[in-house]
Write a protein that binds this ligand. Sequence first.
Ligand code: SF4
Ligand code: SF4
Ligand code: SF4
Ligand code: FES
Length: 943
Amino acid sequence: MTYVPEADLGTPAGRGTETMRVTVDGRTVEVPAGTSVMRAAGEAGINVPKLCATDSLEAFGSCRMCLVEVDGVRGTPASCTTPCTDGMVVTTQSDELGRLRRGVMELYLTDHPADCAGCARGNCEMQALAATVGVAEVRYPRREPARQHASYDETNPYFAYDPAACIVCSRCVRACAETQGTFALTVAGRGLESAISPGGTDFFSSECVSCGACVQACPTSALTEKSVIDLGMPTRAVDTTCAYCGVGCSFRAEVQGQGDGTRVVRMIPSKTGGANEGHSCVKGRFAYGYAHHPDRQLHPLVRDSIDDEWRVVTWEEAIAKAASGFKAIQDEYGIGAIGGISSSRCTNEEVYVVQQMVRAGFGNNNVDTCARVCHSPTGYGLKQTFGTSAGTQDFASVADADVILLIGANPTDAHPVFASRMKRRLREGARLIVADPRRIDLVRSPHVQAAYHLPLQPGSNVAFVNAMANVAVTEGLYDAAFLRERCENVDGYLAFIADPQHSPESVEPITGVPAATLREAARLYASAGNSAIYYGLGVTEHSQGSTMVMGMANLAMVTGNIGRRGVGVNPLRGQNNVQGSCDMGSFPHELPGYRHISGDDVRAIYEQRWGRVLDPEPGLRIPNMFDAALTGTFRGVYIQGEDLAQSDPNTQHVQAALRAMDLVVVQDLFLNETARLAHVFLPGTSFLEKDGTFTNAERRINRVRPVFPPRQGKDEWQITCEIAQAMGYPMRYENAAEIMDEIAATTPTFAGVSFAALDAEGSMQWPVTAAAPHGTPTMHVGGFVRGKGLLVETVYVPTTERSNRRYPLILTTGRILTQYNVGSQTRRTDNNAWHLEDILEIHPADAEMRGISTGDLVQLSSRVGSTTLRARVSSRMPPGVVYTTFHHPVTGANVVTTENSDWATNCPEYKVTAVQVGVANARGETDLEAERRRAGVEYAHTP
Ligand code: SF4
Ligand code: SF4
Ligand code: SF4
Ligand code: FES
């Protein structure tokens, strides 16, 4: 696609139900009521000059550049703030309008630097507009507002602010407020002295979260991406999808050059992106530089022992070594002695071929996915209760929620673009209940105040959700008609949940939440018109993760909050393709589409297509693979794009298991912690090189399109196919589209999906079937996928992981905005400017008792291991609970997490580890740096 900026229609779409017929410069157009004259003109193909308007923001009406004439109306109204009326006749071009617009432009230019016309930054609407309206010279004496002498702000790693070029249109201020919801910017001063201010400080030190919305909104070069300043403007664009979190934002990758020489100039979030509608966070917009980081490994590597040096080899040699090694293990130890692990970072097509290779090529079902360690309880719990392993709504649904119950999720850090949507709805008046041990930002942030913050004790989720349902049932706030018509086990469940043992008063000692507060929050949830549940890993990563998911489904069913917009049970998925990797049959017991491997009819579909008899017995899960490795029965593994040695719990156990294997094959971008224990390294591709699809938390299938060819020479699905072929199993596809065609032909929920259909629709939410050819934004409308919704009696069982005298604190883990997961990508970008190391947050009382101050190095110990990191004393934490992230290998937070796991899915219990914290022994900064060097960790950016 050659470079054409996305059209800007000036104001958001009208939302009215009536249709207005308007004539603009002789062209007639029909628009919904509430549409501005400016937008109607744009839809008729007529651009009205504008400066303060842009279609991502509500009209402001300050610049007076967009004046038009309307038949029967006196004067020249601003088209951005004038709504269309039926039969309206508008004129956008006349001598008088031209004169007025030139006058406005001249006034702007008198306050602007004299060299405006010669400015070469290239991304300036105003420069182009001056030429359009015909202003070549300024007749008035130039003025020099104070901002022309203010200092250039380059403190943000990714964009710069040049006050001299600012016209104080406030698009940036409004973008930060309306789109992002951070309110970091203000217009300071008045008249000639006015200027944009990030809270009286510089951008880096301000509340700014670097989402870039202001940069995108700016009509001059005042706010500009540093990449544009360095490289100049893009020459072509490719539509693709962010590869970080499960929000799945759509982007235009705007680039220069072709083929291997392609350089990304900037990433612009797509206005038509179903998940993000033109917004992004710092990761998706700016943190793509890792694709060209010098650490990127571009050649296959092999070695006989993990103590040897790597040898660079050809693809043929590396694939032959992997294949022959796997075959040799199977010859000696049996078919089941090897397996594969797929990655939620990879495309659906790449994941599909991994499970195919394992099932048809290896001849067993020893395939699992990194989704095991995050959202497997979501798949299990929602399948049991609703009949499908996925969330119930699209993100846009939150705009219709009256009450939002947020459990174990921190969207402003982990799902930022969804957080912005949520904050918008909260500013409109929806009420928020936050159930989380930590006082996350959403509890109180600009213009957002949670109605209730319930600081649950880690491990008490099930007791909490049962108490919420207990209040709904015992206080008569449940939806009896919904239960009667749509659910099963109603009487059994109502009797179970009404038992006084589930009352807020009974569970107060478990949850730590005052009964009266929990009761009020439950009433709020149960009595609202539309109540929606959103949740994250604080729900799933527990020994009762699956029980909790079912408990939330119960709560939604009991109150009738399922099957329409504004309600539902919605997992905020961690990685970009967690949903997809589960959909694609990555679990040892399920073929694509969540169909059990024991089903003869389902196996027959794949046996016929793949030409192999499939094993009807489920294979090994990741923890079973590790255990079997230590007993010597599992000896080889293929790991696609997943750093198990850093991301999985009880690192020592994982490392011992990997060391015990004869053959570990790692396919990844970088020589990560797992690759240190590998024998074959196969270089992978970044999202900028992939062709395929990701499926986000809304079940939305988005296209990922290559911006440049694979830098290491091969598509990842091709590498997998070649290993299978070298093992004697013929597995060939021409391209990724052909793999998707096979997925669609064999998986009912994907029946209507193809690359061509996705290209036409933009994106589609599965199920995509003959009955729903454009996809399904809301699930379970009028009936559940499983028929009736199943109310499961969710008995609370305390975790065995308890605090005690030796380990008196509970550690819980999470994410931070600027780093991502194990950090292998974000640590290789300038995002390090914000978060260079993992930090332990500790309550002031717990800190004081231990003599810990902010900035101290502390020792964090559990019964399985210990690590050292820096402390931050924070009243965000409740007493008795500490918190950290796991983005940096040198900290290795998972050294201390245990192998406890969810009873149904083995999802690790990352969120509850009994620990002790103390000031580190005689360790100083220098030692930490030395430790980093010993660990071989290199950082892209050292402050
Ligand atoms: S980058 Fe985002 S958060 Fe920062 S000032 Fe701009 S809009 Fe606000
Ligand atoms: S920085 Fe840009 S968007 Fe903000 S007020 Fe100045 S010109 Fe307008
Ligand atoms: S919210 Fe998630 S998907 Fe969207 S830009 Fe940020 S990291 Fe990417
Ligand atoms: S664009 Fe309409 S007043 Fe500025």
